[in-house]
Design a binder for this molecule. Structure first.
Ligand code: NAP
Length: 248
């Protein structure tokens, strides 16, 4: 299969479901070999691998809880061992534990910060050495519209996602001289299990705030991620906002 990403290797964290899975498939469709990471849902990760292989690309599945530094390191080391290098890192794994600040537990705060924010540092920290040596890298951090505008009941998630944007800008400045670009993707509300879990009332309210009148799809987010790896070579430190006009 000939594609713009032939010969390249991508690691996608949280690729068993939702946006991460769509990113893994999209990068594979363009020729990349993909490391499909998951934390607990082995069956979903294996089915993502099968879909990639059916499209004619290579994939391996690696279980790793990227909120833990040692697991993140093992994920990158396994990718380098399996495929010889990592060209693309998509820091996508994320959770939300929504609660007002008054009611939020320390565990709910820490869980979101560790999974959404610290994991990005752990994986980036582990991957940059090889990227610097080869003078090439594409790092994409899955932030969110919530990191740009804040939201009631999501102080932990908003802080993590805003932190991802600030990290992206610092890393972009630090790594540009090694031909490594670092960008944040900031989706609005996207039809995945994360959004399916919201009540009908909340969904109706949200749709009323979106000028395009619909939620986004995981495939639309994946196209943006893939663009940053193919044509988007002059983007670094950017926030790619795709949100149907909900935040401008
Ligand atoms: P999702 O459907 O809930 O899928 C989450 C993925 O992350 C799963 O593959 C899950 O693996 C993995 N994951 C969770 N914790 C992990 C950990 N500690 N280590 C490794 N993998 C872990 O979520 P989604 O809606 O696709 O969201 C993906 C990313 O996009 C998140 O960072 C989210 O914040 C961001 N985002 C989502 C939306 C939206 O509207 N959906 C909007 C903006 C930004 P398992 O299957 O093993 O549990």
């Amino acid at each position: 299969m000939a594609g713009a990403l032939d010969g390249q290797v991508a690691v996608v964290t949280g690729a068993s479901r939702g946006i991460g899975r769509a990113c893994a498939l999209e990068l594979a469709k363009h020729g990349a070999s993909v490391v499909v990471n998951y934390t607990s849902n082995k069956g979903a990760a294996e089915s993502c691998k099968q879909e990639i292989e059916a499209a004619g690309a290579k994939a391996v599945v690696v279980q790793a809880d990227v909120s833990k530094a040692a697991d993140a390191k093992r994920l990158i080391e396994t990718a380098e061992k399996e495929f010889g290098k990592v060209d693309i890192l998509v820091n996508n794994a994320g959770i939300n534990r929504d609660r007002t600040i008054q009611r939020m537990s320390v565990e709910e705060w820490d869980g979101v910060i560790e999974t959404d924010l610290s994991s990005m540092f752990y994986c980036t920290n582990a991957v940059v050495n090889g990227m610097r040596e080869r003078n090439y890298g594409r790092i994409i951090n899955m932030s969110s519209i919530i990191g740009q505008m804040g939201n009631i009941g999501q102080a932990n998630y908003a802080a993590a996602k805003a932190g991802m944007i600030a990290f992206t800008k610092s890393a972009a400045k630090e790594l540009a001289r090694f031909n490594i670009t670092v960008n944040a993707v900031c989706p609005g509300f996207v039809e995945t299990e994360m959004v399916a879990a919201l009540s009908d009332d909340i969904k109706k309210n949200l749709l009323a705030q979106i000028p395009l009148g619909r939620f986004g799809t995981a495939e639309e987010v994946a196209t943006t991620v893939r663009f940053l790896c193919t044509e988007g070579s002059f983007y670094t430190g950017a926030q790619m906002s795709l949100n149907g006009g909900q935040y401008m």
